[in-house]
Design a protein around this ligand. Structure first.
Ligand SMILES: [Zn+2]
Length: 552
């Protein structure tokens, strides 16, 4: 920051803090490098919190005036603080279905096997051990291979094990094959393939998106109590990675039982993260669309609170319309897009926010045609409609989106799938997604993960990809990189808008919730390659410490 800009920011902070010093603060953070991510990207030394919200930001001298006899002082010892990270597209509500083992950011196959062996030690025999996506063989630097059944059997002879890679294929041990009743007579599921050897016996590998769904749907679910415990555990894990809020895009088989634990925790004031979600329905025929259109007319979002609330609809609108990252063609037949438009018109009539999953250039045009047609009948500007993923979006498409008041949610899928994307899309993959082009277009946009099946849940990996263009294992796959400041804004302040929470979260400014991270190193100055290694020492949500790193 230039000297003049710094001075301007500093003067503004004095003005803002001077009015609020009448009452004592509950917590005062001093002696730090507080990256506020306000409109000027100001850096402050100190911050005061009263209740759940920030009441002062400025210099040590200024903020210390708010100390009272009961104020807790947190000496940051020069450490960097950033706003809590907000993910604009994750499937974490569903993730509480299972107590998953995760290979998030694990760059060695040997380490993955060790994690599995450790989990076997702490899990009663017969209980399932599952990894449901978020990793790929290409992330292992030592040995970029999957997991043969005999190797899994040696490590876990008495536990059913399923290791699912990037929503594409699953490795099963013998116990899992037996439990899932997969044998030589089992037919391939729709859209999937049960791999068999020369003798016709299943090998332990089930392939294809249909195969992933076939396996995942047969893993038993927990009862309500265990589910609640899982949800708490998952939220703590996310807090440890720096996540303080997200927009949940729903997913396969989602129902009331998935939302219940979060609703319950929010009601008790025990939900240590902010979860905003969109209703997902996947009508597959015009008659099913009729039913959904009736349901839309009854929708009343925004009936919750600042911890748990429905904000709208998505990411799937009409089932037969599909686009996929690892395919060059999309299913956007005119008769299906006509059904998409009917549903979109009903959503616009109800004044609902919509997030639509769409990746490829031709598909984005097909979706935009419908949105423009809807807008002529029922204006959508102001509803913040968004496209998710937009891996191939062009300048012309970004302009059309801007005219409709739309936003772009952009995700870190190349972290895991980058090598595969290059195989499928060739040279084009270097610009997928086009972070730089989207940033320069001036459209409202933000960063997210699409976790858990598709990517790692760690937001510092997403920031790392946007800044370095590198996969989890370090391979460069994207040339549309942006600055670390741009990436941080896209993962905080910009994302608050998609959650309809821009007045509450996204920057460390007076009046907003104290959702913040004290980092173990400085995001703004560490080597680019180290961004993905950054971990929070403390995570705070609404002025409450929800995570503290164990001492090293
Ligand atoms: Zn999606």
């Amino acid at each position: 920051m230039s000297k003049r800009r710094f001075l301007a920011a500093w003067l503004a902070l004095i003005v803002l803090t001077s009015g609020a010093a009448a009452q004592d603060a509950d917590i005062v953070l001093v002696n730090g490098k507080i990256v506020t991510v306000d409109d000027r990207f100001s850096i402050a030394q100190a911050m005061a919190i009263r209740g759940q919200r920030i009441v002062a930001v400025g210099t040590d001298g200024n903020v210390e005036k708010m100390k009272g006899p009961n104020t807790r002082i947190m000496d940051l010892a020069g450490r960097t603080v950033i706003p809590g990270l907000i993910d604009n597209h994750a499937h974490w509500i569903r993730a509480a279905e299972h107590d998953e083992l995760r290979f998030d950011g694990v760059t060695s196959r040997a380490q993955a096997l060790k994690l599995l062996a450790d989990r076997v030690q702490t899990t009663p025999a017969g209980h399932w051990i599952v990894v449901l996506g978020g990793w790929s063989e290409e992330q292992f630097i030592d040995d970029a291979r999957g997991f043969p059944r005999d190797e899994l059997d040696r490590i876990a002879p008495n536990h059913p094990v399923v290791l699912q890679a990037i929503y594409d294929h699953s490795y099963l041990n013998s116990a899992a094959q037996t439990a899932l009743k997969i044998d030589s007579a089992t037919p391939d599921p729709p859209g999937g393939k049960i791999e068999k050897d020369a003798a016709g016996q299943p090998t332990g590998v089930v392939r294809g998106a249909g195969g992933v769904a076939f396996v995942a749907a047969r893993i038993p679910l927990f009862d309500a109590d265990a589910w609640l415990a899982n949800t708490r555990k998952l939220v703590t894990y996310l807090n440890s990675l720096g996540v303080t809020a997200w927009l949940d895009a729903g997913g396969r088989g989602m129902g009331a039982k998935h939302y219940e634990p979060y609703r319950l925790l929010a009601e008790r004031g025990e939900l240590n993260v902010r979860v905003f979600w969109t209703s997902i329905r996947q009508p597959a025929t015009p008659a099913q669309a009729d039913v959904v259109i009736k349901e839309i007319a009854e929708q009343k979002p925004f009936q919750g609170n600042d911890y748990f609330d429905q904000v709208g609809w998505g990411e799937s609108v009409y089932g037969p319309v599909t686009t996929q990252l690892l395919r060059t063609t999309s299913n956007t037949r005119p008769e299906d897009m006509a059904q998409y438009r009917r549903i979109a018109e009903a959503l616009a009539a109800q004044g609902l926010y919509v997030n639509s999953h769409v990746e490829m250039e031709a598909a984005i045009d097909a979706f935009l045609d419908q949105h423009e047609a809807v807008n002529r009948v029922r204006p959508i500007k102001g509803l913040r409609w968004t496209f998710s993923h937009v891996d191939q979006v062009t300048d012309a498409q970004l302009e059309r989106m801007k005219k409709l008041g739309m936003g772009a949610q952009v995700h870190s899928r190349p972290l895991i799938q980058g090598a595969l994307m290059h195989k499928v899309h060739g040279e084009k993959a270097w610009d997928m997604p086009p972070f730089r082009r989207i940033q320069d277009s001036g459209i409202h946009w933000g960063l997210g993960s699409d976790a858990t099946a598709v990517t790692t849940s760690n937001p510092f990996y997403t920031l790392s990809l946007a800044v370095t263009g590198e996969m989890v294992g370090g391979r460069k796959v994207n040339r549309q990189t942006i600055s670390r400041e741009e990436a941080l804004i896209a993962h905080t302040r910009s994302n608050a808008w998609f959650l309809f929470q821009e007045g509450n979260i996204g920057s460390l400014t007076i009046g907003r919730y104290a959702d913040l991270l004290v980092l173990d190193r400085d995001y703004l100055t560490v080597a680019e390659r180290e961004i993905k290694e950054i971990r929070p020492l403390i995570t705070m949500v609404g002025g409450k410490v929800v995570y503290e790193a164990p001492p090293r």
